[in-house]
Design a protein around this ligand. Sequence first.
Ligand code: HEC
Ligand code: HEC
Ligand code: HEC
Ligand code: HEC
Ligand code: HEC
Length: 175
Amino acid sequence: MVSGDLSTLNPKQFFAIALILLVLGGWSFFDSFSNVGYAPQQPIPFSHKLHAGTNKIPCLYCHSNAERSRHATIPAMAVCMNCHTVVRTDRPAIQMVTAYYQAGKPMPWIRVHREPDYVYFSHQWHIARGFACQTCHGQVQNMDVIQQSKDLKMGFCISCHRQNKAPTDCNTCHT
Ligand code: HEC
Ligand code: HEC
Ligand code: HEC
Ligand code: HEC
Ligand code: HEC
């Protein structure tokens, strides 16, 4: 039971409590949205809008590991070369892709989404259950530059687990 109500507080106590709530609220607001909108500049201007949007290349064509493993992974340069041995070979960005491919090196892409090490997450189960990439990553097919659009924090995971009767005990995601 909550004993008393705000009317029993004197003005000083009332404002002290209001201030504490305001500070806590502001802190958790910024904390929970802190990486939403993160869109680092990548080594070449690779556009999802152009590839997955305009040219309708399926997400899994490039991120096929999402179906079979923990990580979706960024495609190897060889996947790009399926098309770019002929498409737009005159462009500097494509010449860079070709150079990395010939050197047998991956492009140094900058990672955007990342869970802390103490969290266990795997793409495989979620893709197997039929969730669209967009559920967790937003409208990637409209993005010229990839950006994080959902916070991917604990509350986000748990609310979907509750809705779908998936496990919510702590050791599901923390081992
Ligand atoms: C299934 C074919 C296909 C694959 C695979 C593919 N691309 Fe493309 N890419 C295209 C097409 C089509 C265009 C657009 C050409 C146009 O209409 O301007 C394009 C354009 C580009 C451009 C813009 C070039 C410019 O300056 O105009 C870049 C950069 C690029 N691709 C990088 C990549 C990278 C990196 C990969 C591998 C991760 C990749 N592409 C994989 C088909 C593909
Ligand atoms: C032609 C290949 C290609 C296709 C098709 C493609 N991607 Fe990507 N994806 C990439 C490359 C290359 C990167 C790394 C460069 C970047 O971040 O822009 C990437 C990065 C990402 C990232 C960010 C990874 C990180 O660092 O956190 C997400 C999320 C993503 N893709 C989701 C999707 C979704 C969803 C689709 C379908 C709507 C899709 N991709 C289609 C090649 C592709
Ligand atoms: C249920 C939510 C969810 C769905 C659905 C989902 N992802 Fe992710 N994705 C995440 C989370 C969480 C991370 C960060 C994982 C980590 O750091 O271990 C991530 C990371 C990534 C990354 C970068 C790191 C990695 O794992 O390789 C790529 C690329 C990516 N996702 C692509 C995709 C694509 C493509 C799809 C659809 C086929 C997809 N994701 C569906 C939640 C999701
Ligand atoms: C869009 C809904 C959705 C989101 C968002 C989501 N999950 Fe899930 N997750 C599920 C469902 C449904 C299952 C059960 C899959 C099955 O039946 O195998 C599951 C399964 C899991 C499992 C395996 C549980 C087990 O033991 O069977 C783990 C671990 C997990 N999710 C972690 C996460 C984490 C961490 C996040 C947030 C980064 C997350 N999930 C976000 C729907 C979601
Ligand atoms: C469905 C997956 C999932 C479940 C179930 C889950 N967590 Fe988490 N938890 C996460 C993710 C993802 C993060 C990292 C992102 C964040 O900070 O919210 C996290 C972060 C945390 C953190 C660090 C928070 C911070 O701000 O640094 C603590 C503590 C924690 N979880 C405790 C728990 C406890 C206790 C339970 C059981 C009541 C639990 N978790 C159940 C996914 C989960």
